[in-house]
Design a protein around this ligand. Structure first.
Ligand code: DAH
Length: 343
């Protein structure tokens, strides 16, 4: 409490000096200052305001102005201290301008198999092929019978095919398609020649899982049916594709093979350069192909005297492994972000 005998002017003068001289270096000091001078109940300036009604009427206005100024000075002193306390201390410890920026969004990339598929379909689309699709769950007739598989063919066995519904007599089974060739049958039944199409998709096999085989993989089926189609057309299409996909310096080998649904049949191998291999590399089979068997055309009601055609079935995983230098097929299906983020 200030001396009641002192004049208000003198007390205010003293308080001014005291306020100026009080150093406020922390939030606690600032709060103690506020309570001491401006506190609602016992603040020294607040107490002085309470004296105003006791003053002679003519002096009250002047006293009010004087005290208002004093209060403003105390507030300004407090404010200045608080600003410097908050602007220096926390910023020095929480803001490190040398930290790398925060990545607010992850941009995904397309799976390498999707990219390889897109590359393959793009090449065939430029050669005038359209795209056809079929179901991944197939029946025996589309997957085998219409494609001229004999009833005793090993692919019809539980060992090789993943059945959804087992067959009794061998022709009523339902399975995950073992190849994209049944799309040939569906496309030919749905329309009439000429055909020039590809059918990309997933296929499934009951295989032992190793670095080079997996229970599911991708194929791109091809089918061309028209009048006067020959094996030269097939070879031209396949070689054009291979040069476009693997590059003009790729080494290719076209060799005879066998498939029930083509006659004659051939496979296309690509030379896989391996510096550590004693032979410098090895041949890798990338597709099966051939001239559409007359029995297949008959199964879908196409006149095999008038029309001929070629077909091919291209694996996607192996060319993708070659292209990206991947030595284990299983890594495509592990969904490991450290692998996928590289593409
Ligand atoms: N479907 C065969 C397989 O999965 C690949 C194939 C070979 C497709 C020859 C064809 C073809 O269209 O003509 O092994």
């Amino acid at each position: 409490m200030d001396d009641p005998d002192k004049s208000l002017e003198d007390i205010v003068d003293l308080l001014r000096q005291e306020i100026e001289a009080t150093e406020l270096n922390s939030e606690e000091e600032a709060e103690a200052f506020r309570i001491r001078f401006l506190g609602q109940r016992n603040g020294r300036i607040t107490q002085l305001f309470k004296r105003i009604p006791t003053l002679p009427k003519g002096k009250r206005r002047e006293a009010g102005l004087l005290l208002n100024r004093l209060r403003a000075q105390a507030n300004a002193h407090l404010e200045a201290a608080r600003n410097s306390v908050t602007s220096t201390a926390p910023s020095a410890c929480t803001l490190d301008l040398t930290l790398p920026g925060r990545r607010s969004q992850w941009v995904g990339s397309r799976h390498p198999i999707t990219q390889a598929l897109a590359g393959i379909t793009d090449i065939f689309q430029r050669m005038g092929f359209t795209i056809a699709e079929g179901p991944e769950i197939e029946d025996d007739w589309h997957n085998f019978t219409a494609l001229n598989f004999p009833p005793e063919h090993p692919a019809r066995d539980m060992q090789d095919t993943l059945f959804v519904q087992a067959s009794n007599q061998g022709e009523d089974g339902v399975m995950l398609r073992t190849h994209t060739s049944p799309v040939q049958i569906r496309a030919m039944l749905a329309s009439s020649p000429p055909f020039r199409l590809i059918a990309p998709g997933r296929v499934y096999r009951n295989e032992a899982i190793t670095f080079k085989s997996y229970c599911l993989f991708h194929q791109v089926e091809g089918l061309v049916v028209d009048e006067g189609i020959t094996m030269a057309d097939l070879k031209h299409a396949l070689f054009s594709f291979a040069y476009a996909f693997f590059g003009n310096d790729v080494r290719l080998r076209f060799r005879p093979s066998f498939f029930p649904f083509t006659e004659p049949s051939a496979e296309l191998d690509v030379w896989w350069e391996l510096p550590d291999d004693p032979d410098g590399g090895r041949w890798m089979e990338v597709l099966g192909s051939g001239m559409v068997h007359p029995n297949v055309l008959k199964a879908v009601g196409i006149d095999s005297e008038r029309y001929t055609g070629y077909a091919f079935g291209l694996g996607v995983e192996r060319p993708a492994m070659l292209r990206y230098g991947i030595d284990d097929i299983r890594i495509f299906y592990e969904n490991d972000i450290r692998f996928l983020a590289q593409f």
